[in-house]
Design a protein around this ligand. Structure first.
Ligand code: SF4
Ligand code: SF4
Length: 344
């Protein structure tokens, strides 16, 4: 681990040098909002962004992809993306979400498509400069992170502190004109970490997130599921914007020659009608309230059981902004359960 300081002018030159060397994805303005997109100039990079419309998961698990093509009688061909890229400006809560996905996609039958993209990525993380209006990363303990990145940037005013954490990060940082970070720069970074650990909290969770699993043990038949789901459109937006939602549907399509075709996968979402439909037309979560409940159980109970207790909500707040009837906020639901069921 090496910690350097780079002036903002030198940082721009660094970014342009990285762009000249290969594919770079960075946060850019999209109207009044922000999103990750291919970066062609350091001038377009917006490291002061609040939150991106989409989570960076789309670079590891694309919304649609071809897994393989096949030819009846002629075998099949796997399609595995193999392009190195730099992902620039990932906020700590999204870094934590990516680390959770790494763990999940490595379990059981390791997902070679995800893992290959992940191995090709160099992640340059960025401490939050501007809090978004719905962020609650402080409540979820994801407002800062010390792991999961190759380089971490912290904006200290006239410069960035660069923490170089891996060999990939070291190779990338070799293009930068930076000096060893001074004690003063490190103290400024420490203050930013302290401020973010408290201040990225527009919705305050009433309990320690580790307690949520126990809370849900008592909440399966609580009326909140029916009450909230009464206005749910089953649009799936809360799933699609979420950095920790990773469900997908796999479908084969055969071409007109009836000999060749493709196997593709596309994002799916547990709030969508038909998500849990299986053979025989049996749908084991046909009711909207069941699907609404499943999402909140998945975040704080089912996924944590697979990844050592980590809560699969990192507090990015995207679902809060994406939900038209304003029912998707996990904090609102969990706090209601705390009020009604207590923490004992
Ligand atoms: S549940 Fe909502 S706030 Fe939590 S990680 Fe997903 S989109 Fe972000
Ligand atoms: S975004 Fe809101 S309305 Fe749409 S499925 Fe999610 S909870 Fe329901």
């Amino acid at each position: 681990m090496t910690t350097k300081t780079i002036s903002k002018k030198a940082f721009k030159e660094f970014v342009n040098a990285v762009i000249a060397a290969g594919k770079v994805v960075g946060v850019q303005a999209k109207g009044e909002r922000f999103d990750f997109a291919d970066l062609t100039s350091a001038d377009d990079l917006r490291l002061d962004y609040d939150v991106t419309l989409q989570a960076p998961k789309k670079y590891f698990l694309p919304p649609c992809e071809t897994l393989m093509t096949f030819d009846v009688g002629g075998g099949y061909q796997s399609h595995i993306a193999d392009e190195p890229f730099v992902l620039l400006g990932v906020h700590p809560y999204d870094v934590v979400a990516i680390a959770q996905m790494d763990e999940l996609f490595s379990q059981d039958n390791a997902d070679v498509h995800y893992l290959k993209r992940r191995a090709n990525a160099t992640i340059v993380a960025l401490d939050v400069v501007t809090a978004s209006k719905n962020v609650f990363a402080s409540s979820m303990k994801t407002a800062t992170t010390r792991t999961g990145f190759d380089i971490l940037l912290t904006d200290i005013g006239n410069a960035y502190v660069m923490e170089i954490a891996t060999e990939k990060g070291r190779k990338l940082a070799a293009k930068a004109t930076a000096t060893v970070a001074s004690a003063d720069d490190l103290a400024k970074r420490e203050n930013i970490w302290k401020a973010n650990e408290k201040g990225l909290n527009k919705h305050a969770l009433a309990v320690n997130p580790e307690y949520l699993g126990k809370l849900l043990d008592k909440a399966y038949d609580h009326p909140v599921w029916e009450e909230k789901a009464a206005t749910c459109f089953s649009c799936g937006s809360c799933n699609l914007v979420c950095p920790t939602c990773y469900c997908f549907n796999v479908q084969d399509s055969v071409n007109w020659d009836l000999k060749t075709g493709r196997r593709g996968r596309a994002w799916d979402g547990c709030l969508l009608d038909g998500f849990a439909k299986v053979a025989g037309d049996h749908d084991f979560r046909k009711n909207r309230a069941d699907r609404f409940r499943h999402r909140l159980y998945r975040k704080a109970k089912y996924v944590p059981a697979k990844i050592g207790g980590q809560i699969a909500c990192v507090g990015c707040g995207r679902c809060v902004g994406a939900c038209l009837p304003d029912i998707a906020n996990p904090v609102a639901v969990y706090n209601r359960l705390v009020d009604d069921l207590g923490i004992g």
